[in-house]
Design a protein around this ligand. Structure first.
Ligand code: C5P
Length: 406
């Protein structure tokens, strides 16, 4: 493992199969996650998706041969500098050339100089995948430590179906990033709440808050990348936060009200290792909900009566919980010292194992902006800090949580 995400240098080889278009989405996902991507297509791949597409998406030059350009392409430097190599789709021909150690184009030449983890995602007709030559090539590559994904089964290029389909781009990206991410949450079940609960006044109006769900979604994604099975309890999260959480190991369960979130927490924490309550939960709800839209004339109430919602975090923390680690968030306003003091008393009151305290207001904390949290234990003592992008904060928080798991 060369370094921690993000900012990895990824080489993406693309070979000449109809599924080459799907590699476009791998480039996009990696770039959106903050990684640099250098695409190395084969000549045949360019028959399916042209050079301008790869250059525009990756923002890097694209070459297929070692001899292109005035000085040639330094395949040794390319291979050595890579933190991760993906080939998707990998044709039967690429598998054969890689297994034989051939160096007849820039991609195979570079593969011979690589020291990072390598993931190949084959795609071909079923007959080619099952041919003894391909089976032997895959076995050879795997015996050398190369990760060769099994293709999906399903509809192939023509009318035929069977094993040979390129796995979905998200699955390939997730499997590749897992190779360079510590799998310190492997085998763990994690529940994360995100977003903000909404309490209906009538069928069209609600009392809610500004939480976008980004921090919770990022925490869910980071846990999944580190090997956990994750349930994301999504309380009206933004579409962009939903996209952030896209990972084969993240199951999204949508909830709206605090009561729905409380029920979902009960259901999904059974057998789980950790609950992270990143959702902004409405403290109050209207005492009654009109079943028809309230009109602005005589039926409009002057006063909305509110009743208190249960504190989900405090409730879960207070009951016997069979090894479940409970982590809360506290968003506070004020000076750094005021925020910390509020956090300390909240930590003692809530009884969660850890409480991540952050300052909000003045554009801090909400939406997709830089963030900083101080993590306290149940006595209010500081156990660590995490700052930077929401992804940095998520990584820092899991670094503090993992050693505390039973
Ligand atoms: O009291 P406060 O809302 O600041 O506490 C924040 C923490 O408590 C968050 O982790 C939030 O998800 C959780 N919470 C809860 N149920 C409530 C209110 C907050 O679980 N009714």
């Amino acid at each position: 493992m060369n370094r921690r995400q993000p900012g990895l240098r990824v080489l993406l080889g693309v070979t000449g199969g109809i599924a080459a278009y799907k590699a476009v989405f791998i480039v996009r996902a990696l770039r959106e996650a903050g990684h640099r991507v250098r695409v190395i297509p084969t000549e045949a791949a360019l028959e399916f998706v042209g050079r301008p597409t790869w250059e525009a998406l990756s923002g890097e030059p694209v070459t297929t041969s070692v001899f292109e350009g005035a000085t040639g392409v330094d395949h040794v430097a390319l291979g050595r500098s890579a933190d991760l190599v993906i080939v998707a789709p990998a044709t039967a021909d690429l598998l054969a050339r890689a297994a034989a150690g051939r160096a007849d184009d820039l991609l195979t030449t570079t593969l011979l100089t690589v020291t990072s983890p390598v993931l190949l995602a084959p795609a071909m007709h079923t007959e080619m995948w099952q041919h003894p030559a391909t089976v032997a090539n895959v076995a050879t590559l795997r015996s050398r430590g190369v990760t060769v994904l099994d293709p999906d089964s399903g509809r192939l290029t023509g009318a035929d179906t069977g094993p040979g389909r390129l796995p979905e781009p998200e699955a390939i990206t997730a499997a590749a990033l897992a190779l360079v991410t510590p799998q310190d949450l492997a085998g763990r079940r994690v529940v994360v709440s995100a977003g903000g609960t909404r309490e209906p006044l009538d069928p069209v109006r609600f009392l809610g808050n500004r939480s976008s769900g980004h921090q919770g979604a990022t925490l869910a994604l980071e846990a999944a990348r580190r090997g956990a099975e994750v349930t994301l309890l999504a309380a009206s999260i933004d579409a962009s936060a939903r996209e952030v959480a896209q990972h084969p190991a993240v199951e999204v369960v949508d909830v709206e009200t605090t009561a729905e979130l409380a029920a979902a927490v009960d259901t999904h924490t059974s057998g789980a290792d950790v609950l992270v309550m990143a959702a902004a939960v409405a403290d109050f709800r209207p005492a009654s909900t009109a079943d028809r839209k309230i009109k602005k004339d005589e039926s409009a109430p002057d006063v909305v009566h509110l009743v208190q919602n249960p504190d989900i975090l405090a409730t879960v923390a207070a009951r016997p919980r069979d090894g479940l680690l409970v982590v809360g968030f506290a968003a506070e306003t004020g000076t750094q010292e005021e925020v910390l003091e509020l956090g300390r008393s909240k930590a003692r009151r809530k009884g969660a194992d850890l409480l991540a305290v952050n300052a909000v207001g003045d554009g801090k904390g909400f939406g997709d902006v830089a963030n900083a949290v101080t993590v306290l234990d149940r006595d209010g003592a500081q156990v660590g800090q995490a700052a930077g992008s929401k992804q940095d904060v998520a990584r820092g928080l899991w670094d503090l949580i993992v050693p505390r798991l039973g």
